[in-house]
Write a protein that binds this ligand. Structure first.
Ligand SMILES: *Cc1c(COP(=O)(O)O)cnc(C)c1O
Length: 345
């Protein structure tokens, strides 16, 4: 019996029994020669699901992000990124180190950049300025909030970027959470996007991997870049086999994670309205604010840990809890009760 309730991330999810079986029985080959049937199957399934021409299996979402930018920029170029985005904050300065590009952070409101901010940020050329090459979106946005960005917004901002010859890249590590929350098909949601990536090992619970999607030409270039940085894996089919099962079995159940997150948010709001923003709990991430609770975030995290409940401290007054297929309704109820006791309510 599992005794720890782990909300630190949906990346803590373990492969399902069916994934392990698929890995054991995977048909594999030399992916460098384009001969791994399972990798090819996963790449084709993914491309079809998003209505893109081609896909590339990559070891991690971080690597997918970095390959995407390396493929679409030259050193000295500029890319527009969200101030709270993963690619800007959580990838050890990879944009500068690997692509030699300058990242220009944009402020967001409810996860959205304003069109006029983007318009103003795009460099029009000229001898002295860098050239704006890529607009980086993220959906769901903000790893501590998980805000789903609407299809209307994504398409409007993409059109603006395209008007200026700027490529639109989407870090869609949690795109299935966004599509589920918005109740639309991922293909429709990502229609205006040139290149995107989604993670297989967050809510989808596969052991490794992300898929990069784009045109045939872009993916052919990206494949070379992946090779350059040592991201090619000859018999990747063992890993891809779990990804295939993830796409077949784990997407429809993401709704459950959202219901659990909402339930947790409601229960915490019953304890104290100021603890959570129920309206902003739209996917699988619950953010707790302790500003008015008289306890700090490190203390709450430590007290919960003593009771076998792991959460993430974001800063002095903020914690993050992520629901996933390892979290049940009774876990949620147990957690809200524990927080109530710790806060002395
Ligand atoms: C988790 C995450 C990543 C990185 O995923 P890894 O597979 O751990 O490298 C990138 N972007 C976003 C938005 C994420 O949530």
């Amino acid at each position: 019996m599992r005794s720890i309730i782990d909300y630190r991330s949906d990346a803590v999810t373990l492969a399902t029994f069916e994934m392990r079986q698929a890995m054991a029985n995977a048909e594999v080959g030399d992916d460098f020669a384009g001969e791994d049937p399972t990798v090819k199957q996963l790449e084709a399934m993914s491309a079809q699901m998003f209505g893109k021409e081609a896909g590339l299996f990559v070891i991690s979402a971080t690597m997918a992000n970095q390959i995407a930018i390396m493929t679409s920029t030259q050193p000295g170029d500029e890319v527009l990124v969200g101030e709270e985005s993963h690619i800007f904050n959580m990838e050890t300065g990879g944009l500068a180190a690997l692509s030699g590009v300058q990242a220009r952070p944009l402020r967001s409101s409810n996860g959205e950049f304003s069109l006029s901010d983007v318009q103003r940020a795009v460099r029009k050329g000229g001898l002295q300025s860098p050239i704006t090459r890529v607009l980086c979106l993220e959906n769901t946005y903000d790893l501590n909030l998980g805000l789903p960005l609407s299809q209307e917004y994504m398409s409007e901002i993409s059109m603006l970027a395209h008007d200026h010859d700027v490529l639109v890249y989407l870090d869609g590590a949690r795109i299935f959470n966004a599509a589920t929350a918005l109740k639309i098909e991922p293909e429709f949601l990502c229609r205006g996007i040139d290149v995107l990536q989604f993670s297989l090992c967050k809510g989808l619970s596969a052991p490794v991997g992300a898929i990069l999607l784009g045109t045939k030409d872009f993916i052919a270039q990206a494949r070379r870049v992946r090779q350059r940085i040592g991201g090619g894996v000859t018999k990747a089919g063992y890993m891809a086999a779990a990804g295939v099962v993830a796409l077949q079995t784990m997407i429809d159940r993401i709704e459950e994670d959202h219901i659990h997150a909402k339930r947790l948010a409601f229960k915490l709001a019953e304890v104290d309205e100021s603890l959570v923003n129920v309206e902003k709990t739209l996917t699988n991430i619950v953010q707790i604010s302790l500003k008015n609770a008289g306890k700090d975030a490190v203390l709450l995290t430590a007290e919960l840990e003593k009771q076998g409940i792991k959460i993430k401290t974001v800063d002095q007054t903020t914690c993050r809890l992520v629901t996933h297929w390892g979290i049940t309704v009774s876990d949620v109820d147990k957690t809200s009760e524990a927080i109530k006791r710790i806060l002395g309510r």
